[in-house]
Design a protein around this ligand. Structure first.
Ligand code: NI
Length: 146
């Protein structure tokens, strides 16, 4: 992780006073210990999202889906997509939310471009009500690439 670097480097940032005021308000509300910590968190979040677009780095995360299992063929379509990409799907959890709705969480790991494509395919399946890819980490954060 980036925050495990033992020595922090300092750099200065110029911000409009109103923006700084809002930042401090957010820092207080979130309970971050200081501005630096809050800004580091924001940078880390952006970097993870950025790397997700790079394609060849390895990412790990989850795909969350909510869908109506009564919808004809939907469950079969989702299962087929998952079997087509079984190497990237590490684990799945299926929860029957209520009479109609299912919540499925897939733990995924693979090349960013591939994981993104699988998530897009699942989320785009007709009848999926909620679909989201959350990238938890990249191989950079795991220290695999210095
Ligand atoms: Ni279900």
């Amino acid at each position: 992780m980036l925050d495990q670097d033992t020595i922090a480097e300092r750099f200065s940032v110029s911000l409009a006073p109103s923006l700084l005021k809002e930042l401090d308000r957010m820092v207080r509300k979130r309970g971050s210990s200081n501005r630096s910590q809050a800004i580091a968190e924001m940078i880390r979040k952006e970097l993870v999202e950025h790397r997700q677009e790079l394609g060849d780095v390895t990412i790990a995360g989850t795909v969350t889906l909510v869908y109506d299992h009564h919808r004809p063929q939907l469950q079969a379509v989702l299962t087929q997509i998952q079997h087509d990409h079984h190497a990237c799907i590490i684990s799945t959890v299926h929860v029957h939310l209520d009479h109609d709705n299912c919540l499925e969480v897939l733990v995924v790991k693979g090349k960013a471009s591939q994981v993104k494509a699988i998530a897009d395919e699942l989320i785009a399946a007709k009848g999926v009500k909620v679909g989201r890819l959350t990238v938890a980490t990249t191989d950079h954060d795991l220290g695999l690439h210095g």
